[in-house]
Design a protein around this ligand. Sequence first.
Ligand SMILES: Cc1ncc(COP(=O)(O)O)c(C=O)c1O
Length: 372
Amino acid sequence: MRISALDLKRQIAPIRQELDMAIKDVIDSTSFILGKAVNTFEENVMKYCRVKYAIGVSNGTDAISLALLALGIKAGDGVICPAFTYYATAGAIASIGARPVFADIDSDTYCISLKSIEKVLKNKKKYKIKAIIPVHLYGQCSDMDGIMKLARKYNLKVVEDTAQAFGAEYKGRKAGTIGNCGSVSFFPGKNLGAFGDAGMILTNNKAAAERARILRNQGNKTKYIHLMLGRNNRMDGMQAAALNVKLRYLDDWNKKRQELAQYYNNNLSLFAVKTPFVAEYSTHIYHQYVLRIARSRDGMMNYLQKKGIDSRVFYPIPLHLQKCFRYLGYKRGDFPESEKAARQTLTLPIDPCLTQKERRYISQSLKEFING
Ligand SMILES: Cc1ncc(COP(=O)(O)O)c(C=O)c1O
């Protein structure tokens, strides 16, 4: 049997007609960049997230950079983010000339640790720290009350990296709507994925929304009148068309991911593996289902892969040890929980379209490995 991490063909097949029609509308209208489909998607997201403004942009990385710029973060400023996240979080900071300032993660949730943020903030002046980017890693929200409290105390802006958690809720509020801005990715493999690159900025702040709108579109509000040094970071009509259709199914897909996670949890409860911890303040939409295995992580992954199961490591090298961030001067041992997570975690397929037979096969294969 071969089981991939996510089979988009299976996801698309039952809604193919709706998608074809939505794409046809864009072709017929020739509104390929921004336009009606993007406006509609922005409105749909505002309703879905119960947020005042949603700005469609080119991808989740640009959503982070634009949100920082819209909040007044500039070259030379420091921005705190976790050392254990996808490259793009820190890459987006660096791309505007700001400095990524890493903090460690919480060993249970894999999200940024409040204690570590406080420690890092001892260097607030030295690194001119102006913002924090908590990453809602794997589909679960960071401890937002704690982060907002620190942000108020130290006068920092907050951009929630919601690339992996669109649709999750923190104490009843949608991820990405609590900080000054939220950034979203609709990369095809995300829980809500486009047919190419796409992203979004969420905010309740009118001024930030206005700046983000101008910045995404070459710095202009009116054509050829450039108010700011903007970028070409607009969302495509085709992506918005696909996303408008897929958004209708997101909650159902997320529910199926939660059911599958529960199935794995139940089946693995007697074994020496740590199943995902869900904090009481957040829902978890399982962008990834991540296991922690103190020993033999690689052995388990190799075994699963030999059995045709697409198990992966997100992420094998924490950011402070990546070559591209060497200039920041970090060393091994600086963020022990991030380094441990990179050594000990692996994912199981969490595709909402997995069949009962496939689920059983995965959990059976895991048990075989654990029992030796
Ligand atoms: C945590 C995180 N941040 C940012 C991004 C960047 O999103 P995109 O690939 O749409 O640029 C991703 C997605 O890959 C991500 O997982």
